[in-house]
Design a protein around this ligand. Structure first.
Ligand SMILES: [Zn+2]
Length: 234
């Protein structure tokens, strides 16, 4: 074991001494302590607003479809944030994602709505120890003044990453189950996840909730990852 601190540890120690704080996404010293969740200027410059239309998710019943709103493209610092939250155990990034989503605003998160975090497969929860969608949804509910419900769970299936649209739809069919709580009735439900690609997982979840008596009104994700092409690859 080495007792020599790593470069990043040294940077964070020096930053704490001079009352600077560390950017929650990239770890560089930036800004002052009065805005602990703010991204540094470099990460702010690498937040690419999602100029694409919201992903339309078909839904049975009166609504006919819902929109998955994502304020940022899955690129730059928003992608770094998702990867850190998902694969590097950085749970605190959920709160940062929630702050960015709340700031961006949403047509779906109306007063009295209830957020429903998209569940993970049990095997993935076992590996990761937490569900990144819940890490986003809880602080987001507080920021939006919305409710939250753990009414959805799912069974194990292979990951969606790397699959084409048709395979994705096939892979998630029948994967959702009721969660620890009953599906809320009489309030608009808004699904929350970190990233949306084709919307097939959201569609399957929305169909399940609708079939169980829920009124799914929309979906919110931090990023949108186009299926075939990402224009910005930094
Ligand atoms: Zn940064």
């Amino acid at each position: 074991m080495s007792f020599i601190p790593s470069a990043s540890t040294l940077v964070s120690r020096i930053a704490s001494l001079v009352a600077f704080r560390i950017c929650p996404v990239c770890g560089r010293p930036s800004g002052f302590r009065d805005a602990p969740d703010a991204l540094c200027a470099w990460c702010m410059a690498r937040l690419y607003p999602n100029g694409h239309p919201a992903v339309a998710v078909p839904l049975p019943g009166e609504r006919g479809r819902i929109l998955a709103e994502s304020p940022f493209l899955h690129a730059g610092s928003a992608r770094d944030l998702v990867l850190g939250l998902k694969y590097r155990g950085r749970r605190g990034l959920g709160r940062i994602a929630a702050g960015l989503m709340a700031e961006a605003g949403s047509g779906a998160a109306v007063a009295g709505c209830i957020l429903v975090p998209m569940p993970l497969c049990p095997s993935r929860i076992g590996e990761r120890g937490y569900n990144q969608a819940s890490e986003i949804a809880f602080p987001l509910a507080r920021l939006l003044g919305a409710g939250i419900s753990d009414c959805l769970s799912r069974v194990d299936r292979p990951p969606q990453a790397g699959l084409q649209a048709v395979e994705r739809r096939e892979n998630v069919r029948g994967t959702f189950r009721r969660g620890r709580e009953p599906v809320p009735e009489g309030a608009p439900l808004v699904l929350v996840d970190d990233v949306v690609t084709t919307g097939s997982t959201l569609e399957e979840a929305a169909r399940f909730l609708t079939g169980a008596g829920g009124d799914v009104a929309g979906a919110l994700t931090l990023t949108y990852r186009p299926e075939f092409r990402v224009d910005i690859i930094d």
